[in-house]
Design a protein. Structure first.
Length: 137
């Protein structure tokens, strides 16, 4: 299993909308960055992803699970980009802010810090555990 972080602007697609999508999940589409698209192509069914509210909030707010591996993104007229389908798993007890992630030296290597504009990024298992633990404080 691999771990990821998916960014969404909450006024476009929020964790609450993801939850309302239910067990059928929802496509994670609209990604137009080649590196982010490559990350989508690397996702496997069952992988877990942090759901991050960008721009408004700037915080990890929940966890979703990949339920369908990459396929052509129907919102892309060029046919070059892909989507995956993700299903709501849980909300974090307490959202973990970007500010608090930046303060933790053990997380300084994350793409969230180093490549702040990347919308789909891998998260190593140790960092996954740290962020989950931070949400319980």
């Amino acid at each position: 299993m691999q771990y990821w972080l998916l960014k969404s602007e909450p006024d476009v697609w929020s964790i609450n909308q993801q939850k309302k999508a239910g067990t059928k999940g929802a496509p994670w589409d609209g990604v137009r960055n080649y590196q982010a698209a490559k990350n989508l192509k690397s996702m496997k069914k069952g992988d877990l992803c942090f759901f991050y509210h960008s721009n408004i909030g700037k915080e990890v707010v929940g966890i979703v699970k990949v339920i369908k591996e990459f396929y052509l993104d129907k919102t892309d007229k060029t046919g070059r980009f892909v989507a995956v389908t993700v299903q709501f798993k849980s909300k974090l007890s307490n959202p973990v802010t970007l500010e608090n992630i930046r303060k933790n030296k053990e997380l300084s290597h994350l793409a969230l810090i180093k490549q702040s504009r990347l919308s789909v990024m891998p998260v190593d298992y140790k960092s996954w555990k740290i962020i989950n633990n931070m949400s319980r404080i």
